[in-house]
Design a protein around this ligand. Structure first.
Ligand SMILES: NC(=O)c1ccc[n+]([C@@H]2O[C@H](COP(=O)([O-])OP(=O)(O)OC[C@H]3O[C@@H](n4cnc5c(N)ncnc54)[C@H](OP(=O)(O)O)[C@@H]3O)[C@@H](O)[C@H]2O)c1
Length: 298
């Protein structure tokens, strides 16, 4: 199949591109830095700098993963605008391009995040749980609205509300692991906030599953069936790395250091992948211990 990916050079997109090329697909990636992106991707991936350069490429599947990194720096007003524009405007441009080109790909898959739900205590959060509050939630809702405009063109539009994606190198673990290796890791705040996580390999498998079974579409929570609290995540990581877990970072310190962005560390939701499980998807890494074992014993 012809598959077009935005954000295909990133942590998730790179793994998706590699897997789809290995499956024999013709993969096109839109990247602002095509030379750099090409170096990270298999030679068979067709990397071009803009959508306009893909005129004539007729994707049967579109996968939309582009977006400025959300946790790289404090959320000033300018930074928030960048986080929004790099997702909402990019998605709108993608849908407009499909329309202008007269394209109707069968499957359109677009990223969103667990942040859609805002903060919840321990009650289970499924795809039926309403939108929450806060910047992350508003951002995800606007991003999803932009992606859903593809419904007028594509039979199967899926929104992936992705949890914290685990693998190495890259992603969340690049920040988490160094202090733990020094024996300085620990929980954030009360540690009771949930961290719905998912192994990157399962994210790739979920995208392949949705591409190949378009009868399943709509909103999907993309996280393993056994989410853990921040404290349990810290304990499992310390045990896997065989290090003590000494430090606890108080909420007030995180709020002072990161401002509003500290909601990423101090808030969470007990998100479960109800619709994926109902659709018969089987996770390769259902527990965080299994995920850590694969990542660190590789
Ligand atoms: N990783 C996670 O744990 C996680 C969790 C929930 C949701 N998500 C979402 O899933 C998507 C992919 O995540 P990821 O971890 O793979 O992110 P990533 O590694 O930061 O990659 C995102 C890609 O988006 C492109 N991009 C960045 N800024 C852009 C901009 N201003 N305009 C257009 N494109 C831009 C970049 O491609 P070029 O530099 O090649 O243009 C980059 O490769 C993101 O939208 C992210 O918010 C990720």
């Amino acid at each position: 199949m012809n598959i077009l990916i935005t954000g295909g050079s990133g942590f998730i997109g790179g793994a998706v591109s590699r897997a789809l090329v290995a499956d024999g697909h013709h993969v096109g990636v839109v990247s602002r830095h095509p030379v750099r992106a090409s170096r990270k991707l298999p030679d068979a991936v067709d990397v071009r700098q803009s959508l306009a350069l893909f005129n004539g490429f007729e994707p049967e599947v579109v996968i939309n993963l582009a977006g400025e990194p959300i946790a790289n720096r404090r959320w000033s007003q300018a930074r928030k605008a960048k986080l929004i524009n790099s997702r909402v405007e990019t998605t709108e441009q993608l849908v407009d391009w499909l329309r202008q080109q007269g394209l109707r790909p069968g499957v359109f898959i677009s990223a969103s995040a667990v942040g859609y739900y805002g903060h919840h205590d321990s009650e289970k959060v499924t795809e039926d749980t309403p939108k929450g509050e806060g910047f992350s939630s508003d951002l995800c809702a606007a991003w999803e609205t932009a992606a859903l405009k593809a419904s007028s063109l594509c039979d199967a539009v899926s929104i992936l509300r992705i949890g914290l994606v685990l693998d190495q190198p890259g992603g969340l673990l690049d920040r988490y692991v160094p202090p733990f290796k020094l024996g300085l890791g620990g929980r954030f705040g009360s540690g009771e906030q949930f961290m719905p996580w998912v192994h990157r390999r399962d994210v790739v498998r979920i995208i392949q599953f949705l591409m190949n079974s378009p009868e399943h579409h709509g909103v999907f929570n993309v996280s393993a069936p056994s989410p853990v609290t921040n404290a349990a995540f810290a304990t499992a990581l310390a045990q896997t790395l065989n290090r003590p877990q000494c430090l606890h970072v108080p909420a007030v310190v995180l709020k002072g250091a990161f401002g509003e962005m500290s909601e990423l560390m101090l808030e969470g939701a007990n998100m479960v992948p109800k619709r994926l499980l109902d659709a018969g998807f089987e996770f390769e890494f259902p527990t965080v211990t299994e995920a850590f074992s694969e990542i660190f014993d590789r």
